[in-house]
Each structure stands twice: as C-alpha cells, then as structure tokens.
Design a protein around this ligand. Structure first.
Ligand SMILES: NC(=O)c1ccc[n+]([C@@H]2O[C@H](COP(=O)([O-])OP(=O)(O)OC[C@H]3O[C@@H](n4cnc5c(N)ncnc54)[C@H](O)[C@@H]3O)[C@@H](O)[C@H]2O)c1
Length: 417
C-alpha cells in the first residue's frame, strides 16, 4: 500500500461513515449546510496542505517553561478561560482578539491587573485573528468563539507555526475535520479540542474505575447532554447572538462531545477501539418556536424564525470491536448522563447523572429533585454498605447509583437517579 492509498483509505472510511450513516450526529449534513459556513469556507479557500501519509509516530512537542498565548473570543466562556490561565504557572497571555473592542480592552485590563504585561489587542473585524497569528510570537492560539470560527482560527494558528486549542465542538463537517488533521500533521502542531467534561470529577472517577477493571469489560455505554438552553439561545447577548442561527439551518446532535467524550475514554476509543458506524435521529422541532411564542411579542423577529433542529436527538454508534454506545442531546431538560452496562454482571446497570446549572438569563426553573441536588453531590452504591455524600462546589449535582435489573430505581429503595 502506498502512502497516498493509505491516506485515501482513511478519508474513504470516514466518508462512508458520514455519508451512509448520518453525520447528523456530529452536527452537520450536506442537506443541512450551516448558515454560517462562509467562515469555514473562506478559511479553507487557502491552499490546503497535501495530506501525505499518516505520521508514523504521534506528535510530541518539546516541553516549554513559558507558554505564550493568543486568546480569540473573550465572551462568557473565553473570559472564564482567561481567568483560569492567569492562575496557571507558566502561562502568559500575549495577545487578545475579539470582534468587540470593549471585550478586548476588558481582557487586557484583567491581564494587567493580574501582574502581567498588557497583551496586544486585535479587533479589526472577524478575521483579525489571522493578523494576530501572523504578527505575534505565540506558542498557543486558544479560541472560545462561535462554532463557525473554530476551524478557521485553528488553521490560521497552525499555518503560522502555533499550537492551537479550541472550544467544543471543534468542527462540524468532515472536510473541516480533515483540514484540522492535515494541518496538524503538515505543520507538526498540536490541535486540541478542549472537552472539559472528560475531566469532570465524576467522569474521572468512573474512568479510573473502568481502568481498574471494576466493571470488567464495558460492552455498552450511554451518555448525554440534557441542558435546557432555551433562554440562553434567546438571550440578547452571548450565545443568543449566534447559536440560534445553527438551529435554523442544521438538524442533528449539534453539541455531541460533552456526553460522548467521557464515554469514548472509558471505551478506549482511539486506544484500541474506534467508532465504526453511526446512526442518528432527531425528533420534530417544537421547543424553540414554543419558547418564542411564549416570550416574544407578536410580530417580533424571533416569532418569525423557523427551526429545523429537533428537540431531542438520539444517536447510536457501534465500535470496530462491536461494542455499542447510545447518546442523547436534549436541550430542554437539565442533566448530563452516562450509563454503562458491563460484562461482569450483565443485569446490573451503572448510571451517572449530572445536572447542569445555567447562570444566564434565568433558565433555572428546577424541579424539586433537581433543586435538592444542586448544592451537593452524592455518590451512592445501592445494595452494599457504602454511601457517601459530600458538598460539591460549582455547577454540579452528581448522583451515581448502582441499580438492579437495569432499572433506574434501586431494588433496595435508594432514590432513583
Ligand atoms: N466547554 C464548555 O463547557 C462550554 C461552555 C460554554 C461555551 N462553550 C463553547 O465556547 C464557545 C464560546 O461560547 P460562549 O458561551 O463564550 O459564547 P459568547 O458569545 O459569550 O462568546 C463568543 C465571543 O467570541 C467573539 N467573536 C465572535 N466572532 C469572532 C471572531 N470572528 N473573532 C474573534 N472573536 C469573535 C464574540 O464577540 C464573543 O465575545 C462556543 O464554542 C461554545 O460552544 C463551551
């Protein structure tokens, strides 16, 4: 097999999966071209590197004492990242880019107040990150921009010799996924999707238990992202300015990685197994139009909008080793779930549910049981001696329960998850 035919095999395999079995689960289909695809297309209009063969070894970059960072997109999530980076030893934010000049100034002030030199500001329009990547001496370009900008920013960074990190989802077309791979291989730069849910306390605990063989062989896993985002999507600021546009043009699981990432870790995806086939289904779209009817006056622009994004999306994956994954994205209720069935006790089911709190726009109409959970975590192993309950800072409410007979309520009377 030649180097090129090897590369074709990689592409053909992915095309088969995407075309035949529904890329919708990854949030993009040919039939549902994103409203905002121009951002991506223009970045890709530049010549793409010839892919060549897959590298023989994984990329390893030499360690750095100081990481010089250029940050793009300092809205809600970007500002949170900036605050964190200012506390990480060895990180220096050297440049900041946002289309809103006031946000750049605010971030420059934050960096200065933390005792660092004032970063250079970039705010000459939506592609000013290219100028930043060309002019600045940076080790890493980190972006927390609207989805349509992730790929163009990552490509500009790698083309200009910088490692790059992006918020989720990294990309939503197969071509864009390949562009990221090709650039990372060609320029020898890391391109990382910052899937924070992989590193949640609960997820790391379960991952550790899986690695230690507590569950035996994982045969099937379920995950999900169940987060009521209606008020966020209709907010006059932040994600309300751009996220609803995706719901008007694209159907599928537009935000798959929070639920799928931790499950992929537990199932050794790309470490001995890989996703092989996928099918994805969405319910009809109702919730956003209903929300607009209930919250906006007759004749308002929001009342004229029509959405194609189904309220509920379920996707099924089979891995190359024949194991199965089911995961849901439901933007009208509030929990992230992961559930596994394992071989050692086939009738026993593990479920972890994480509710997500929403700080923007008063989305937090919680049910009684959600309210009960939001101020603490509980880890309960039903049917045995140990039970632990502890305070949990931040957004999380955790409930893990071992349940019998695949039911969500414990046979010994522990509370349902
Ligand atoms: N991992 C998580 O838990 C998590 C949580 C929230 C958001 N996110 C992700 O973070 C990203 C940003 O979300 P957010 O909630 O911060 O949205 P936001 O709208 O609050 O912030 C986006 C920022 O990007 C800026 N921007 C837009 N286009 C730009 C461009 N071309 N160049 C430079 N700046 C540009 C906007 O002015 C804004 O300041 C999204 O990808 C979202 O999915 C992830």
């Amino acid at each position: 097999m030649t180097a090129n035919s090897d590369d074709l095999d990689r592409r053909d395999a992915l095309k088969l999966i995407a075309g035949g079995l529904g890329l919708a689960a990854l949030g993009g289909t040919a039939a549902c071209a994103p409203a905002t695809s121009t951002a991506s297309s223009s970045a890709l209009a530049q010549p793409r590197p010839s892919p060549g063969p897959a590298p023989e070894r994984f990329l390893a970059a030499p360690p750095m004492d100081t990481v010089r960072i250029g940050f793009v997109g300092v809205g809600g999530q970007g500002t949170a990242h900036v605050h964190n980076l200012l506390r990480v030893e060895g990180c220096v934010i050297k440049a900041v880019d946002d289309i809103v000049p006031e946000k750049v100034t605010k971030t420059q002030d934050l960096v200065e107040q933390a005792g660092f030199p004032r970063p250079t500001g970039y705010s000459r329009g939506p592609t000013d990150f290219v100028r930043m990547c060309e002019q600045e001496e940076l080790d890493l370009v980190f972006n927390a921009t609207p989805w349509e900008w992730h790929v163009p920013i990552c490509l500009a960074a790698m083309r200009n010799g910088k490692h790059t990190a992006t918020e989720v989802p990294a990309a939503y077309t197969v071509d864009d996924c390949w562009a990221l791979v090709e650039h990372a291989e060609r320029y020898g730069k890391h391109c990382v999707m910052m899937e924070n849910c992989n590193y949640g306390r609960m997820e790391m605990m379960v991952f550790n238990m899986v690695r230690q063989g507590v569950f035996g062989e994982i045969l099937h896993a379920e995950g999900g992202y169940l987060h009521d985002l209606r008020s966020v999507k209709f907010s006059p600021e932040g994600e309300g300015l751009w996220r609803r546009a995706h719901a008007m043009k694209r159907n599928g699981n537009l935000y798959p990685t929070h639920g799928l990432g931790p499950v992929a870790n537990c199932m050794d995806v790309n470490r001995g197994d890989r996703f092989a086939t996928l099918v994805s289904m969405s319910s009809p779209s109702r919730g956003l139009e209903l929300y607009a009817r209930e919250h906006f006056a007759d004749g308002s622009p929001q009342r004229q909008e029509r959405y194609v994004l189904g309220d509920v999306n379920w996707s099924l994956i089979m891995t190359a080793n024949g194991r199965t994954i089911a995961w849901a994205t439901i933007p009208t209720c509030r929990a992230r779930t992961a559930e596994c069935t394992w071989s050692r006790a086939p009738a026993v089911c593990f479920r972890a549910t994480r509710t997500a709190s929403t700080s923007k726009g008063g989305a937090s109409r919680t049910t009684g049981s959600q309210r009960r959970h939001t101020s603490r975590s509980s880890i309960t192993r039903c049917g045995s001696k140990w039970k632990r309950r502890a305070g949990a800072p931040g957004m999380a409410a955790w409930t893990t329960s071992r349940t019998i007979g695949s039911s969500s309520a414990c046979a010994k009377g522990c509370p349902p998850t």
